[in-house]
Write a protein that binds this ligand. Structure first.
Ligand code: ACM
Length: 631
């Protein structure tokens, strides 16, 4: 006891450390305790929790193992009165204050109390407690016997939305089971609770379907291509073996579903149809209108995009909606999908369906006449309706991308709004449940920093824009907006490390938009907390993008002059630059306003500084590149 008091006295100098928390997402309510009083976590700490609840036991045990790996061996045992303890309690009466997912976490000098209505709240309380540990806790060695300080505070916390999702595309690149689990682990840390698993697309079919074995024997494999996806990649050469890819066996899928469920994450499987089906058609070409042999796309260009959502598929990648064999196929697939996945929803895709091959097919046209379908939009609606019947017959609800609104739908169908928020608003006005995942705020494959450093893709989406996401439009029935989701399409993301880089920190922003009360959002404070989590990722060896520290460059013309505006969304950074090929730029100009980039063989060099120290990346871009950006 004496030792602990001595520690306390030594702590006078550290109180400023604890005057602000660094939690992400921001809790609904955080009250700091006396900054000079802390809980001292060491191996004398005792654990108390209900013994008769296996889920609580599992969460507490995971926490114990996590601490033990860092030399803190705390466990349930008899203790002396007054010994410091961590108490985990179920408390049903909290339902009105915190709901089913919320929790209360109270840290006092001698006790950490986590209370919740059930295991999910306890799990989130433990996630928050882990974030109250110092950011370098991950570096601690197993034999470290020192004490850890935890700030005293009272947190009352619960989510704003029930659907807090991330989508992982495993078709464009296959992510083995351990990668998916690692992705799930990070999600759980930030209180996401839905993993939308994009399991099929033109570039690979990833889920074993026992009644249709060719889906994975053929559809999971493609020829290997490297480099940028699109026009530069060649189609398969005659006889070239398809060696790149992979799939999840049903046993692996069950294991991943359980792994996610243990972290209170429901997996929503997506089988994308009737478009995006080239891998399925490589296995079963008879399900297309042309019935021509196909290959699994190796990321090569096979569509022409004309803007405004208009496009043409150069190779047929749609199922034939006029063929009963197609519906038998879909029934077979969803029979197995529904029996594997315990969640409420199955996602049927429905996006970007090219209808040209339907329009060219005499069989399809005859079918439309017979069935009184006026055009190919009505045909797509017919297809979606048939798929809905199949999914419903398996005891599941259907969700699809907002294109499924092309026809009338029963209101038990949920809509995922990706082409902005308008599809979601329209769907909610028709009585559908909605998940908002608009390109404008939630597309994690979009470029998040300057193109001289970051891979350019179709569009840009910077951290500060993601932070502005509000899934709840004005004037809409609030109960229909289930929540929101960030989508990680992986055309340009071949590895787990890069998947993390593209996901974080933008998923921090999403987590906060989806969990925290709207009034608790504050960009400057979010950045401060994000910087603490940069450290946590660095310590954990997890890749994360720090482009938010980089200068942002905007070019414009003033008469014939090429003008440049620099900015950065973090208020205490200063930007320096040079346009005379001198460096480091700290010895050149501090940015105060737009300037001309004069003619000549020169580069714009620029970098942010904080308190005189360089931060983020130094950008170095030749004038010729900058001038091309204007076009
Ligand atoms: C999508 O991005 N095609 C849903």
């Amino acid at each position: 006891m004496f030792l602990r008091v001595t520690f306390l006295l030594m702590l006078f100098g550290v109180h400023t450390l604890f005057s602000q928390h660094t939690l992400i997402p921001q809790p609904a309510s955080f009250e700091a305790g006396n900054a000079k009083v802390v809980f001292l976590l060491d191996s004398l700490t005792v654990l108390e929790y209900p013994m008769d609840k296996p889920e609580i036991y599992a969460h507490v045990t995971d926490f114990q193992i996590f601490l033990k790996a860092k030399g803190l061996d705390i466990y349930k045992r008899d203790s002396q009165p007054g010994a410091p303890k961590i108490v985990v309690q179920l408390e049903e009466s909290l339902i009105s204050r915190c709901g089913k997912e919320g929790y209360i976490l109270k840290v006092t000098r001698d006790k950490i109390l986590i209370q919740a209505v059930d295991a999910q709240g306890i799990f989130y309380g433990i996630q928050t407690l882990k974030q109250l540990l110092p950011p370098d806790f991950g570096k601690r060695l197993p034999h470290d016997g020192s004490t850890v300080f935890i700030p005293t505070c009272t947190i009352t916390d619960y989510p704003r939305f029930q659907w807090r999702g991330l989508m992982l595309d495993v078709s464009r690149h296959f992510f083995p089971p351990d990668d998916v689990k690692a992705f799930i682990d990070q999600m759980a840390t930030y209180k996401f609770n839905r993993l939308h698993w994009h399991l099929t697309d033109d570039e690979g079919w990833r889920i074993e379907i026992k009644s249709r074995p060719k889906l994975t024997e053929v559809g999971a494999w493609r020829v290997e291509r490297t480099g940028r996806f699109g026009a530069q990649r060649a189609y398969p050469h005659p006889g070239e073996p398809a060696t790149y890819g992979g799939f999840y066996t049903q046993e692996e899928i069950k294991d991943i579903i359980q792994y996610a469920a243990d972290r209170h994450i429901t997996i929503v499987p997506e089988i994308d149809m009737p478009g995006h089906s080239m891998a399925a058609l490589a296995a079963y070409p008879e399900l297309s209108t042309q019935k021509k042999p196909k290959f699994v796309n190796p990321g090569a260009k096979f569509a022409e995009w004309y803007g405004n959502g208009k496009f043409k598929m150069l190779i047929e990648n749609t199922l034939n909606p006029a063929d009963e064999a197609v519906y038998r196929f879909i029934d077979d697939v969803f029979t197995e999908v529904a029996s594997l996945f315990p969640g409420t929803y199955i996602h049927m895709g429905g996006d970007e369906c090219y209808k040209g091959y339907w329009e060219e097919s005499a069989d399809v046209q005859a079918f439309m006449k017979e069935t009184n379908l006026a055009d190919s939009h009505e045909l797509q609606a017919y297809f979606v309706g048939r798929v809905h019947e199949i999914i419903r017959s398996k005891g599941k609800k259907m969700i699809g991308w907002d294109e499924i609104l092309e026809g009338e739908l029963p209101t038990d169908v949920a809509v995922m709004s990706w082409r902005g928020m308008k599809g979601g608003i329209e769907a909610a006005s028709m009585g559908h449940a909605v998940v908002m995942s608009p390109t404008t705020f939630a597309y994690l494959d979009y470029t998040q920093g300057d193109h001289s450093e970051e891979n350019p893709i179709y569009n840009d989406l910077y951290l500060e824009k993601v932070y502005q996401f509000d899934p709840m439009p004005e004037g809409i029935r609030a109960d229909l907006i289930l929540g929101g989701q960030g989508n990680l399409w992986t055309e340009a993301i071949p590895t787990l490390d890069f998947a993390f880089y593209m996901t974080y920190p933008r998923a921090f922003a999403l987590a906060e938009c989806l969990w925290s009360p709207k009034y608790a959002k504050d960009w400057n404070d979010f950045v401060r907390r994000t910087e603490d989590h940069f450290l946590r990722f660095d310590v954990g060896g997890v890749n994360i993008c720090k482009a938010v520290y980089d200068p942002q460059i905007e070019l414009f013309k003033e008469g014939d002059k090429l003008m440049c505006k620099l900015s950065n969304p973090i208020p205490d950074l200063e930007i320096y630059y040079s346009i005379d090929n001198t460096y480091p730029v700290k010895y050149s100009q501090r940015y105060v306003g737009p300037f001309e980039i004069p003619e000549g063989y020169l580069s714009l060099r620029t970098q942010c500084y904080r308190e005189g120290k360089a931060i983020g990346r130094a950008l170095n871009i030749p004038r010729i590149t900058l001038s091309k950006r204007l076009r």
